[in-house]
Design a protein around this ligand. Structure first.
Ligand code: NAP
Length: 476
């Protein structure tokens, strides 16, 4: 499977305190691994290793860093099936979803292999002084990365690849539910030529303690976090003490809007992707689905049919579309959202019943007439539940879609590009899917506005999250 110890300085270590914790397969509730848990001394050792390795890495020509990244893409792509199976085993998602994630995760290495050689600066003359203004970008320093369980590979590579391209050393704290995938990526990086110590992985049950400790180490300059808004706030507070550069990819509450001029089959197909990719356990998942009154009935009928056609089961089995949610808490929260909405007047059209037996399964569910007061309108559902509401006018739906403290992603389906672009621009979101249910793309800047985060991952922006701009005012 993979080594289950800590990965520090290019070696597998038990951890100073010797503690371990279990990782479960959510589909069977069986223990699949016992993983070492890092403590403070391990965090210090990982930072020492990262500091030592970074000195040489940051000085290497960008082309050399680029070639290592390119090799990582090749190796990870060749091992995509092994990575995908591991993701399914520890996260529960179906193999189809896991294969998609493994390919997407590997793609960050290829994209940032291409970006590594393009940290362009500029030179110009000060208009008043005539002095040369020389602008260049330098690696920001050591980065601490904290990643979530919902995309155990991709949320890591989306940070690791740009940090390597920029020339930084790093310490990664993967989610405790899914540490195996991140550990399994380390031999790939080693084989690709990443120097020992540059990338370190510290699974831990003392999460808050070790991350806070690292954020107070003067060598650390970047905190890159993907996870919930509440933990993001905590980390921003810790980061304030040393004024660290924060990259925060936080929670969402995505609206998905279907206008009456949309091609309904395409809108349903897009909604299925936006809602059901990763069983709805995605920050990008369509959380509030607004359908214009005239097409609400037809849209609901088609969506119910599409949801009803999905096969739920152990994600490792052939033909399964919908695997298990990650744990009992996530499943119980989904169930509570459905019961709350129902008690407030929503109608359950399909699903909505927790199955008996082992595993944290929840069936594909569609609810209509979801009232504004339902909890799921205001909080991330993080499960396979489509919550439908209707709307009358464009102005009204834009106001309702924007009425949230989140601003990660929104989706718009319309047959009119004029309307589609107008509405996209009126939405206060970092990303908009226009007639598409998928926005994630390594070549695009991923990130949110408002309380969905700070900074962007991927695209041209991603590498600069790990770089500082320096300007030299020169005369010659
Ligand atoms: P989470 O509870 O915030 O955990 C994320 C990571 O933070 C885990 O590694 C966790 O470690 C760690 N953590 C928890 N408490 C911490 C603390 N006090 N100090 C430092 N680290 C701490 O989020 P999650 O439940 O894993 O993930 C779901 C959330 O992530 C959702 O809100 C989702 O929208 C968001 N997300 C956002 C994006 C994006 O790009 N915007 C992408 C994916 C997910 P332990 O596992 O050890 O607790």
């Amino acid at each position: 499977m993979t080594n289950t110890d800590l990965y520090i300085g290019g070696e597998w270590r038990k951890g100073e305190e010797g503690g371990r914790f279990d990782v479960l397969n959510p589909a069977t509730e069986e223990v699949i691994a016992s993983v070492a848990s890092a403590g403070i001394a391990d965090a210090d050792a990982a930072l020492d290793a990262a500091e030592a390795a970074m000195a040489d890495w940051a000085r290497r020509p960008a082309r050399e860093r680029s070639e290592v990244l390119r090799k990582a893409w090749e190796l990870m792509s060749a091992r995509q099936e092994d990575v995908a199976r591991l993701i399914t085993m520890e996260n529960g998602k179906a193999l189809g979803d896991a294969r998609g994630e493994a390919a997407y995760a590997a793609e960050f290495f290829r994209w940032f292999a291409e970006e590594a050689v393009r940290a362009d600066g500029m030179i110009t003359r000060g208009p008043s002084t005539g002095a040369r203004i020389v602008v260049q970008h330098k690696p920001a320093g050591l980065a601490v990365m904290v990643t979530p369980w919902n995309f155990p590979a991709a949320m890591g590579t989306r940070k690791i690849a740009p940090a390597l391209a920029a020339g930084c050393g790093m310490v990664i704290k993967p989610a405790s539910a899914t540490p195996l995938t991140m550990l399994a990526l380390m031999p790939i990086l080693e084989e690709a030529g990443v120097p020992a110590g540059l990338v370190n992985v510290l699974p831990s049950t003392s999460t808050g303690k070790i991350v806070d400790h690292m954020l107070h180490d003067p060598r650390v300059r970047v905190i890159s976090f993907t996870g919930s808004t509440s933990v993001g706030r905590t980390l921003l507070k810790s980061a304030a003490d040393q004024v660290l550069k924060p990259a925060m990819e936080l929670g969402g509450n995505a609206p998905l809007i279907v206008f009456d001029d949309a091609d309904l089959d395409k809108a349903v197909a897009g909604t299925m992707v936006a809602k059901m990719r990763n069983i709805g356990e995605a920050c990008t998942a369509a959380n509030r689905i607004y359908v214009q009154e005239g097409v609400a009935e037809a849209f609901t009928e088609k969506l119910v049919a599409a949801m009803g056609a999905l096969k739920m089961g152990n994600g490792l089995e052939d033909g399964v579309d919908i695997g298990s949610l990650v744990d009992a808490d996530t499943r119980d929260k989904v169930e509570a959202f459905v019961r709350d909405a129902e008690a407030k007047g929503a109608k359950v059209k399909i699903g909505g019943q927790m199955p008996d037996g082992k595993g944290f399964f929840y069936p594909p569910t569609v609810m209509t007439e979801v009232p504004e007061t339902a909890d799921c309108v205001h909080d991330e559902i993080f499960g396979p539940v489509a919550a439908l509401q209707t709307f009358a006018s464009e102005d009204e739906v834009v106001k309702r879609a924007n009425a949230t403290e989140y601003g990660l992603v929104a989706y718009v389906f319309s047959g009119s590009m004029e309307r589609g672009m107008r509405v996209s621009e009126a939405l206060n979101y970092g990303m908009v899917g226009l007639n598409r249910g998928l926005v994630s793309d390594p070549a695009a800047p991923f990130g949110g506005t408002k309380q969905s985060g700070l900074g962007r991952e991927g695209g041209h922006e991603g590498m600069f999250e790990f770089m500082e701009t320096q300007y030299i005012s020169a005369e010659w």
